[in-house]
Design a binder for this molecule. Sequence first.
Ligand SMILES: [Zn+2]
Length: 301
Amino acid sequence: MLTFSARTKNELCRAPVGRACCRTAELYGMLLFGATFSCREIRLVSEQPSIIRRAAMLLNKVCGVSAQPVSVGRRKVIQLTEPSEIAAVMEHMGYDFRSYITYHLNRNVIENDCCAAAFVRGMFLMAGSVAGPDKKSHLEIKTGHAILGREVMSLLLDLELMPKMIERRSTWLLYWKNTAQVEDFLTLIGARHAALAIMEAKVEKQLRGEINRKVNCETANLIKITSASTKQISAIEKALAIGGIEIFPENLRQTVDLRVANPTASLAELAAKFDPPISKPGLSHRLGRIMEIAMHVIDSE
Ligand SMILES: [Zn+2]
């Protein structure tokens, strides 16, 4: 069974690659957040074959490099070591081949408005994860490079996605715990089904909360009714044990019987049991009289 995160990534891998500028941006996101991105080696590693297939396709379309993914254990790996191939990739990402500073965000590659989402998608595919709708909202992206983390943070802020950032054993973690922000993030990068699943779970949770509140409210009402009727019934029974039904006048005896026979009935429910039915104030008055008599009998015992 695939995790929600893996299913989200599969959904993203089925998304069309879009315009040429966006393909470059997505590949750039994958490279910066992949295993190695240097002038000596480019390595992309994933346990999900669909991600590595998409990376290979982008490398081919964008840079004209045909990479052959290989299996290493459960993982699929793309590895480039041929200087001419690495040079081709670096050139397309706007790097000087002799430069060794690769782990920073070259904003020129994602200059067009359409490209930022593609870049973030590439980044999420290689280094992201998201908790399923059944869990607490959480989406994160990891990098081992602090400067890159900060630069991407500022890009995400520009996109109005507000991440938090923490360092954990030399890994920099950009993360979101706000459900609406997780939805926005997933929608932006093209994972509409995943975003919808999280939205539905949130609505369901709210609904369940509301139902629980209502049930609690009804339960409280029932307790209130029951405690009033418990008082009445125990007084009536005590008085009956002392003096019998004769202590109550004829016109109250039916009320006495109905009250004792229906301990959980509310005033309205009890009033409806009379034939013909009587009014609530009428019943309330009768019960008041019954209690007076019962208490008087009990007190004078
Ligand atoms: Zn674009």
